[in-house]
Design a binder for this molecule. Structure first.
Ligand code: HEM
Ligand SMILES: [Ca+2]
Ligand SMILES: [Mn+2]
Length: 344
């Protein structure tokens, strides 16, 4: 009789719990070599993670309940309808990774819906400190374009962001957990004069610097002032979104935000939970095959969070008195500018 825990050895040599997952190993290798430039945590990984969100979050039970089409969730619509959906305002810039991923989908037997979530899960493993996300196989592709207006914008109010995310099924703390993603992120189009400007000082490390640095007092714009959705950041070369600034300070989210600082086990655990939920929007997990064991084991990170050089506890705009703020060292040496993420 077959044992429940029996593992399959694939033709390519790796083992997995389910034979259907064997087909993913050649795709994994192609992605790491040719999309992520040899397992780097660079621009394509950042854009691929952003794409997991923008594809999935176009999902509105509120619209469905009102008798309209609310979007199919993680259904690949961004790629299937690439003439339309990437042009929605909140998706600006997503066309690049959409076009970069298309040839991979064309040369493998995988839905666009699955590929987007698979590439995102693989990509984060290239960033030291990231958790090993789950991956489920078998999403059918979109048959309809989701409505515009379902992806949060950096100039949206906290009320609007929490309400939109709540419609899709995410609580306030889950929104905070999802924003761990902005630790490996940069903006190209918020200030188009400085493409590749990161949201924290370590855009190729999945650490808690994003949560810490968004709590510091803003002092200047990294490029031009007056961009919609941008506020002053604490570091030269660093971009701060107004939405991240507000969520870090709002009474509904600030406590959870602060709890992420220097708490890697929590970040890893919570990000895994919410990314599982995000990747399943519009689907039942029971209809899919769990291929999580195909995802590589991420690079580890041992470094504690630190204040960037020239910053200290005095620069934290403390909003949460209820929980103690961790005692953190400051990086030694002169104050430096955060370098941009190179385009590739
Ligand atoms: C809550 C609402 C959110 C807002 C308002 C927001 C907004 C933004 C904006 C404006 C950018 C810069 C785009 C550009 O100019 O190139 C960005 C980048 C990014 N976002 Fe978000 N985001 C949100 C949530 C998320 C979530 C939930 C994820 C993933 C789970 C995510 C992942 C990313 C990543 C990885 C990037 C960097 C892309 C790159 O470096 O090329 N974001 N986000
Ligand atoms: Ca980081
Ligand atoms: Mn980018």
């Amino acid at each position: 009789a077959p044992s429940l825990n029996k593992r399959v050895t694939c033709a390519t040599g790796q083992t997995t719990a389910n034979e259907a997952c064997c087909a993913l190993f050649p795709i994994l290798e192609d992605i790491q070599t040719n999309l992520f430039d040899g397992a780097q945590c660079g621009e394509e990984v950042h854009e691929s993670l952003r794409l997991t969100f923008h594809d999935a979050i176009a999902f509105s039970p509120a619209l469905t309940n009102a008798g309209q089409f609310g979007g199919g969730g993680a259904d690949g619509s961004m790629i299937i309808f690439s003439d339309t959906e990437p042009n929605f305002h909140a998706n600006l810039g997503i066309d690049e990774i959409v076009e970069a991923q298309k040839p991979f989908i064309a040369r493998h037997n995988i839905s666009a819906a699955d590929f987007i979530q698979f590439a995102g899960a693989i990509g984060v493993t290239n960033c030291a400190g990231a958790p090993r996300l789950n991956f489920f196989l078998g999403r059918p592709d979109a048959t309809q374009i989701p409505p515009d207006g379902l992806v949060p914008e950096p100039f949206d109010s906290v009320d609007k962001i929490l309400s939109r995310m709540g419609d899709a099924g995410f609580s306030t703390v889950e929104v905070v957990w999802l924003l761990s993603s902005h630790t490996i992120a940069a903006a190209d189009l918020v200030d188009p004069s400085i493409p590749g400007t990161p949201f924290d000082s370590t855009p190729s490390t999945f650490d808690s610097q994003f949560f810490l640095e968004t709590m510091l007092q803003g002092t200047a714009f990294p490029g031009t002032p007056g961009n919609q959705g941008e506020v002053e950041s604490p570091l030269a070369g660093e971009m701060r979104l107004q939405s991240d600034f507000l969520l870090a300070r709002d009474s509904r989210s600030a406590c959870e935000w602060q709890s992420m600082v220097n708490n890697m086990p929590k970040i890893q655990n919570r990000f895994t939970q919410v990314m599982r939920k995000l990747s399943l929007l519009g689907h039942n997990q029971a209809d899919l095959i769990d291929c999580s064991d195909v995802i590589p084991v991420p690079k580890t990170l041992t470094k504690a969070a630190t204040f960037p050089a020239g910053k200290s506890q005095a620069d934290v705009e403390i909003v949460v008195a209820a929980t103690p703020f961790p005692a953190l060292a400051s990086d030694p040496g002169p104050v430096t500018a955060v370098p941009p993420v190179p385009p590739s």
